[in-house]
Design a protein. Structure first.
Length: 593
């Protein structure tokens, strides 16, 4: 409260002459002027009416559902905390402040998301200064909106139609240290007419989580001066539209820097994360996108209309297409694994290529060259870089070549910049303990060729990764290559290993038939998976995922993906896995539309 009164004293003309406290509670006796919890008002509006400028109004626990409450008059209005003082389903905007300074803290603003009876959260008019902090917003039409300036900090926004809508701002607005979860329907942020010569909107140090909204994250319209920096966007994927950052019509000064964006999604085809421009501007303007980490998406930066955009000193990784529609102004970018400590916080490990790799003219809080990502730059954090072991090897598979008496073991390659080698362990017993006596190789690639084995045995493999500092990962899941009982169980006229026959017809236009054979070896029924992959190695259709007994099988494929959409013409591959081992070579299929 002391800090709040200092803010009032600085921002408002005149001195603070008096400062009383007023209370609203469901347990009070409702005695004017409501100056204690015992005499607290039964209605919030009554306590507000009793207050004078610079007073504080406390609101007790419980649910409040008054309509058309006018919170104004240079006040501090404080609830007992999130989930304790709940403002539920207001019919009109509960906060209307006409040019005043208002502190709003410690409330839950609740609308009815499922039944679409959405109420606004906080609505401000006539450019007052508003400090909104430590509140919870859920199910509201717009959590915070209006032509106000001030600060929106340390709040939680969950499943709202929109988070922040502002217009005609003539002073600065700070949106910082908030958590935004599952926002939807409207754009999360709609900024319009922010007077770029006199004011700036800062959106910084926020955490955006699992956005499933059907519009943009940011819409910047007329005359916007915005700085979006040091935020984390996790699984921020727009399924319906490929546009997440829409830059508006004219006089925009948009700088998107020092953010971390992880576009991973449960959907098969993540959409682009950033757009440079959606609408044709009145004046040629340049968008600056620098010092960001962008990972796990189809397109890193998508500039729909190819207007000038600078993309500098970013780290883009695990992306199918880094840039689209950008043209020149691309410099200093890297395309390597940023090496996060953990995908829940995105701090960088020691030896990360994103450390001290940002804009050379920008510095971290410790004075070193800026790191790339959400913790880089002067508004980032200074923290210790820990040296973690490599990622555990995964996606193990085997291919057997009877002609060469060889087993090929494959897995996903580690991408850490300090990675050195693998250690491969093998035993004839399942669930064995790896040690120096059963280590059979130390390859520096994600493949091991095993030519020293007996066809009458089964073999089991486990693999670990080792970095340049000799930190070793945990061991991979066990991969089994089963040959036990081959001599006893095979008819001499039948194949002794799995067979994947060439499809017919090939090439094909609408349908093709795929046949495969399962031998009588190992445990039965065997776990069988038959999958179609595109030329980039992405699984597009699972045809079989079942347990099957030995014998010959056939299945047809209609050239469609899992969503039953027609795939384009091209080369595809069919893979057969039996008991999680790939004992046959992939088969090539040619689809011709």
């Amino acid at each position: 409260m002391r800090a709040y009164r200092i803010i009032l004293a600085i921002l408002l003309a005149g001195g603070v002459t008096r400062a009383d406290y007023h209370y609203a509670s469901h347990q009070g006796s409702d005695e004017y002027p409501y100056t204690s919890w015992e005499t607290a008002a039964a209605l919030i509006q009554d306590a507000l009416n009793a207050a004078q400028p610079y007073d504080t109004v406390y609101v007790g626990e419980g649910t409040w559902n008054e309509a058309d409450t006018n919170w104004t008059g240079n006040l501090a209005i404080i609830g007992m905390g999130m989930q304790i003082s709940e403002l539920e389903n207001y019919e009109l905007a509960p906060i209307t402040n006409y040019g005043d300074t208002v502190l709003i803290e410690g409330f839950s603003f609740l609308g009815d998301w499922e039944n679409h009876t959405l109420s606004p959260g906080i609505s401000c008019r006539n450019m007052g200064y508003v400090l909104v902090k430590n509140n919870y917003f859920s199910g509201t039409a717009w959590a915070v909106r209006g032509n106000m300036s001030g600060q929106v900090v340390n709040n939680i926004f969950e499943e709202n139609c929109g988070v922040l809508s502002t217009y005609a701002i003539k002073n600065d607005l700070l949106f910082a240290d908030n958590t935004i979860i599952h926002d939807g329907w409207c754009s999360s942020f709609l900024l319009d007419d922010v007077h770029p010569d006199t004011s700036i909107v800062h959106i910084r140090n926020n955490f955006f989580f699992e956005g499933d909204n059907q519009n943009n994250v940011f819409d910047f319209w007329w005359a916007v001066n915005a700085r979006i920096h040091n935020n984390i966007f996790y699984r921020k994927i727009n399924i319906e539209s490929p546009v997440h950052f829409t830059f508006g019509y004219s006089s925009d000064k948009i700088h998107f820097f020092s953010n971390t964006i992880d576009g991973r999604s449960e959907e098969e085809s993540p959409s682009p994360i950033i757009t440079g421009m959606k609408y044709t501007p009145v004046n040629d303007t340049t968008r600056t996108i620098d010092n960001n980490i962008i990972v796990n998406c189809e397109v890193g930066v998508y500039n729909q209309r190819a207007y000038p955009a600078k993309l500098r000193y970013n780290d883009l990784f695990d992306i199918e297409q880094y840039f689209e529609g950008l043209g020149e102004f691309i410099e200093g970018n890297v395309f390597t694994d940023p090496m996060f400590m953990d995908s829940s916080d995105f701090y960088l490990q020691a030896f990360s290529p994103a450390i001290d790799a940002g804009d050379p003219d920008v510095f971290d809080s410790d004075g070193s060259r800026s790191d790339i990502g959400a913790y880089g730059g002067p508004n980032g954090e200074s923290y210790e870089y820990f040296d973690l072991p490599p990622r555990i090897p995964d996606n193990l598979r085997a291919e057997v070549s009877p002609e060469m008496d060889t087993v090929f073991i494959f897995w996903r390659f580690n991408t850490e910049s300090d990675f050195d080698r693998y250690q491969v362990h093998r035993d004839t017993l399942p669930d064995f303990e790896p040690d120096i006596f059963n280590m059979v190789g130390e390859p520096d690639t994600s493949m091991y060729i095993d030519a020293d084995f007996d066809w009458s045995h089964s073999y089991y493999y486990k693999i670990s990764g080792v970095d340049n500092q000799d930190n070793m990962s945990d061991y991979s899941e066990q991969l089994g290559v089963i040959f036990t009982g081959m001599e006893d169980n095979f008819d001499p006229n039948l194949p002794r290993s799995s067979v994947l026959y060439q499809n017919y017809p090939n090439p094909f236009n609408q349908n093709t038939v795929i046949k495969y054979y399962l031998p009588d070896i190992g445990y039965q029924p065997a776990e069988v998976k038959l999958e179609i992959y595109d030329i980039l190695g992405r699984a597009v259709r699972t045809l079989v995922d079942d347990h099957q007994y030995p014998g010959e099988y056939s299945v047809s494929w209609d050239g469609r993906d899992e969503r039953m959409d027609d795939l384009p013409s091209g080369v595809y591959f069919c893979r057969l896995l039996v008991s999680r081992a790939e004992l046959t070579k992939p088969m090539k299929l040619v689809l011709m539309r």
